[in-house]
Design a protein around this ligand. Structure first.
Ligand SMILES: *Cc1c(COP(=O)(O)O)cnc(C)c1O
Length: 354
């Protein structure tokens, strides 16, 4: 049966990417060797790393603007720490829009003063704080563009005169925007780019080197820039698969092309959530995410039946995060409009039968 994978992460990847990735494990580039058993300093892998970096910058339209793309270890969670290690001298501003922002804030507090310039924590993170005011003397503003767990997303970003750092783990490469408004962007690969195991960091080199503390080599962005993201052995397979996904996206027409499809998918699902009396959306409408739609069944007694219908329809990964409950449909780039259609049909079928 065809599966429709709505998993929040690790997430669905394009079929042709998986096929190429599988091939590379057995026989990479017709070399007779596996990608997993060759040197990361071999010509073939260096080409993969170069291409991955180029593709990231070109998709984000950040080429020749002083940015570097890195593929690091440690997930987005390590970036919570590295960002503060490298950029926080005295004070930083954070917007708290969910569990991930909250964790970033906790890590930053070890390095200096942290002020929360906006928070929706007391309201269960159902909305995105607006009219953010950021003091001019902070080292940077940190925000999370898409809140994977709660299903909210910044539709407009604050305009500030300090460096902006953004955790884009769950909506990188999903929608067009002026990426040059950000000085540092990071994203764990496993939400919208590739398998778990590598993290994309895109950083404007000119913001580095301004803190007075000693930064351990492995945690210093400059180390990884100087070594072309090969200071130590990179996660060769995750980097390769991320590169394949980025070239798949580029061939499709880039972010502008996928954004059109992503908006169609989200419109289709949210209109069902809003029209079907059995379902209620979790996030405030104006702040809804185009990647992760969160919703609940109004009558919990219908859960078993709905879950069974989902299984029968090949729907996978629809459970809400354990901290929110309910349902969460993650509609990352590789998920087709057709798969959303299958879910929506099941939802309306439930209404007819209930
Ligand atoms: C999943 C997620 C993280 C954590 O990513 P890891 O790579 O598991 O550390 C951080 N931020 C956001 C927005 C996420 O969705």
């Amino acid at each position: 049966m065809k599966k429709h994978n709505f998993s929040a992460g690790p997430c669905i990847l394009p079929k042709e990417v998986l096929d190429k990735a599988a091939q590379s494990v057995v026989n990479f580039n017709d070399s007779g060797l596996s990608l997993l058993e060759i040197s990361h300093r071999s010509k073939d892998f260096v080409a993969v790393m170069d291409q991955a970096q180029e593709l990231a910058l070109s998709l984000l339209n950040l080429e020749r603007k002083g940015y570097k793309a890195l593929f690091l270890h440690g997930g987005a969670s390590l970036e919570f720490l590295m960002v503060a290690y490298n950029l926080l001298e005295t004070k930083a501003a954070y917007i708290n829009t969910g569990t991930w922002s909250d964790k970033a804030i906790k890590e930053a507090k070890a390095f200096g003063e942290v002020i929360e310039v906006g928070s929706s924590k007391s309201e269960g993170y159902k909305y995105i704080p607006k009219n953010i005011e950021v003091p001019a003397d902070v080292d940077y503003l940190h925000l999370t563009s898409n809140n994977t767990i709660y299903g909210t997303q910044f539709q407009q970003f604050p305009k500030v005169n300090v460096p902006m750092v953004c955790d884009m783990s769950s909506d990188i490469f999903s929608r067009t925007m002026d990426f040059s408004a950000f000085d540092l962007i990071y994203a764990g690969a496993q939400k919208n780019m590739g398998p778990a195991g590598t993290t994309l960091v895109v950083v404007k080199e000119s913001i580095l080197g301004k803190v007075s503390r000693h930064i351990p080599e492995m945690l210093n962005y400059q180390t990884h820039i100087d070594k072309g993201s090969m200071f130590n052995t990179p996660a060769v397979f995750p980097v390769y698969v991320s590169m394949l996904t980025m070239s798949w996206l580029k061939e499709l027409g880039g972010i502008a092309a996928i954004e059109k499809i992503n908006r169609k998918k989200a419109r289709l699902l949210y209109s069902e959530i809003d029209l079907n009396p059995l379902f209620t959306g979790y996030a405030n409408k104006e702040d809804r995410s185009y990647m992760n739609a969160t919703f609940t069944l109004s009558d919990p007694a219908l859960e078993t039946r709905f879950n069974e219908m989902c299984v029968a329809g090949g729907i996978n990964g629809l459970n809400g995060h354990r901290s929110v409950g309910g349902y969460r449909a993650s509609m990352y780039n590789a998920l087709s409009l057709e798969s959303v259609g299958v879910l929506v049909d099941i939802m309306s079928d439930l209404e007819r039968k209930a």
